[in-house]
Design a protein around this ligand. Structure first.
Ligand code: GDP
Ligand code: MG
Length: 178
């Protein structure tokens, strides 16, 4: 299931899903390169970026992060995209109720067609835009809880909670038994 492992070092495929414009590519760039470029069109084509993090218990997790634009435009292609993924990060924009609806569509899609042991995170991005907020924190918490997902609000712009997002995912990955 996308997790190629020994007991100490995991390698996992991670996909991002969500409406175009919610900040998926910016989250990836912030996490992998520590950058935020409001002007760049950074969605990666057929390839992926990777980033390794070390956890407290001295295990490491290498994320192979797939960030393609195709799934936004052609829902029929999505299963090809998330096949073999150990992690799905479903992103919405806290200023856009439409994007929150779309996030729920993706969660249902993953529940129907994704692998059952996939770790799923729900991410409310653009948390720096508090004055334009239209999706409450409680809305996010409630939906995530009902669906057994991890929830966090992030800002790729300020870097708020970006590393925490990936650390929390890493902690939730199923470990191979030694
Ligand atoms: P994607 O289509 O989901 O990959 O979205 P992008 O990463 O391309 O971001 C879409 C737009 O939202 C860009 O103009 C980004 O500069 C902006 N953006 C992304 N993340 C944030 C954020 O956390 N805060 C703010 N204020 N803008 C963001
Ligand atoms: Mg993108």
């Amino acid at each position: 299931n996308g997790a190629v492992n020994d007991a100490k070092n995991l390698r996992v495929k991670l996909v991002l899903l969500g409406d175009s414009g919610v900040g998926k590519s910016c989250i990836v760039l912030r996490f992998v390169r520590g950058q935020f470029d409001p002007t760049s069109k950074v969605t990666i084509g057929a390839s992926f970026l990777s980033q390794t993090i070390a956890l407290q218990d001295s295990t490491t997790v290498k994320f192979e992060i797939w960030d393609t634009a195709g799934q936004e435009r052609y829902a029929a292609l999505a299963p090809l995209y998330y096949r073999g993924a150990a992690v799905a990060v479903v992103v919405y924009d806290i200023t856009s109720p439409e994007s929150f609806q779309k996030a729920q569509y993706w969660v249902k899609e993953l529940q129907k067609h994704g692998s059952p042991d996939m770790v799923m995170a729900l991410v409310g991005n653009k948390a720096d835009l508090q004055e334009n907020r239209e999706v409450t924190v409680q809305d996010g918490i409630d939906y995530a809880e009902k669906n057994g997902m991890f929830f966090i609000e992030t800002s790729a712009k300020t870097a708020d909670n970006i590393n925490q997002l990936f650390e929390e995912i890493a902690k939730r990955l199923p470990r191979p038994t030694p």
